[in-house]
Write a protein that binds this ligand. Sequence first.
Ligand code: IMP
Length: 430
Amino acid sequence: MPAYAVIGAQWGDEGKGKIIDVLAEDAAIIARYSGGNNAGHTVMNDAGTFKLHLVPSGICWPHAMNVIGNGVVVDPDVLLKEIKENKLDPQHLTVSDRAHLIMPWHIILDRLEEERRGSTAIGTTGRGVGPAYVDKVSRQGLRVGELLDPQDLVLRLPEIVNFKNEMITKVYGGNPINIDTVFQKTSEWISELAPYIRPVENLIAEALDSNRNVIVEGAQGALLDLDHGTYPYVTSSNPTVGGTLTGLGMGPTSYGGVVGVYKAYCTRVGAGPFPTEIEGEVAESLRGERSNPNSEYGTTTGRARRVGWFDGVAGRYSAKVNGFDAMIITRLDILDGWDEIKICIAYEIDGIRTEQFPVDAAMLERAKPIYETVPGWKESTRSITDENQLNDGARAYISKLEQIVGVRTKIISTGPLRKETLVLDPIINH
Ligand code: IMP
């Protein structure tokens, strides 16, 4: 059972990119299954620092094939930029012919729709991800594979652009798209992307059948899931484990492990409920200086992330909806040096204590966190790779999180570099 899913367990930005880069050493395929270039994965290793939005985080390993699955929405401009910047050839990158395209009108509609929502805006990344999924679901989308049949595409484009322009100008009062620009872009995509476009289902099935490992790479996080997240303040895809199956075309029995990546505290970007959010000095300290590449500012948009204490109620819920069999804790070193640390163990909603994560965003907005305060630790956990170097305070904190979430920890990330990783128990069984 050589597939392993690595899934964001909070509101995204848990540090999945670094973890995937670590695990990819033992994998034949690294496959993304959802989202688009709203994601931002940072990989830091001996070869340098890589900020990736669309291509999977296995690109630093020359033996690995990186796959963009059918569940992903692909902005070809972004894909081409990442291919060029990272010199990726078709032996190392495959894009599913069934993945949907983010077209220029999707990016415009994302912005216009956010403007229309005003004070109830979602705070999207503005990359056209939501509108591209809207077209997919309403069966009006264009798929990557259509770039392989340019004659048909060229015939269809004028009607699509006309319809989108009606919407942009008449519903939202925006400026229309120039069809010539669309033709020009499309012809560039056709010639440059064609060698990378293939069906991915067989590729993955063959690897699994021949017992080679497949790492399934999450984007965003469970609490941003369209179905299981804090709707409507969510992304438009399914980052949870169900999305891996539909987003790649594989079966659940392929899994040898489904692991959740949890930051040692919580962050969120964009609008929406965040019960353990903190502000002021403690928050600034958690967030770090903008100039520090390891600070809490978005990789995709540069926005300051909202920060807060570890939310055990949300963390436990996330473990349940994904069926995690292990957790990976990242950014533990950021908590070094605190006198005390808070962990949310329950909520009080409308005067009633609950340990359940509410379905309703408005209810979650009213949730007051009930904290357990635990002692911090003075010793540094930065860069440690040996379990014996883990101080008692940090060890107790990890045990507490395990107890609350109900899943054991297999890896602790102790810094942004690949080598700053403490493996308690390997994820991939050899
Ligand atoms: P969208 O995915 O751009 O439509 O944005 C919807 C919500 O998901 C917004 O709150 C975004 O800030 C959030 N979001 C989308 N992608 C990410 C991510 O990779 N990390 C963290 N938040 C994200």
